[in-house]
Ligand binder design. Structure first.
Ligand code: DAT
Ligand code: MG
Length: 139
């Protein structure tokens, strides 16, 4: 057994497109527990911490600008193997290639922008999850 927590974000495109309920519904139907939930428009400072691993990449600045562009819904999920489980629900990074049945595959597409708008974020490891939950919700 490996009880984990992960940070999920419904990104500004998901909130603007009124897909928050659809996305949270998929998480709930899968069976994961929502243990924290809030909506906020993140500051540049918060996003620079969150996306520190991507500094210097060509999509970094467009990514930060996009994530600051409106409200996001930040959620902490809990469950056994929820980190990989949510990444599986979300689908691969590029919505064009994400499998049908996944959030990004069913609801996302490529808009021809400098940054992929792919509806959701999910932590990618136990270390990232602990770090990101601290950034968004405090220790
Ligand atoms: P993921 O969100 O699947 O973990 P990531 O951490 O590599 O992907 O990148 C963070 C976000 O940046 C991703 O959700 C969408 C955007 N992105 C990643 N690679 C990109 C690329 N090559 N071109 C445009 N946007 C990209
Ligand atoms: Mg990532």
């Amino acid at each position: 057994m490996s009880l984990e927590r992960t940070l999920v974000l419904v990104k500004p495109d998901g909130v603007k497109r009124h897909l928050t309920g659809e996305i949270l519904s998929r998480i709930e139907r899968k069976g994961y527990d929502i243990v924290e939930l809030k909506q906020l428009t993140p500051s540049r400072e918060l996003l620079e911490q969150h996306y520190a691993e991507h500094v210097g990449k060509p999509f970094y600045e467009p990514l930060v600008e996009f994530m600051m562009s409106g409200p996001v819904v930040a959620v902490v999920l809990e469950g056994n193997r929820v980190i990989e489980g949510f990444r599986s629900l979300a689908g691969t990074t590029e919505p064009t290639l994400a499998a049908p049945g996944t959030i990004r595959g069913d609801l996302g597409r490529d808009w021809g922008l400098k940054v992929q708008q792919n509806l959701v974020h999910g932590s990618d490891s136990p270390e990232s999850a602990a770090r990101e939950i601290g950034i968004w919700f405090g220790a």
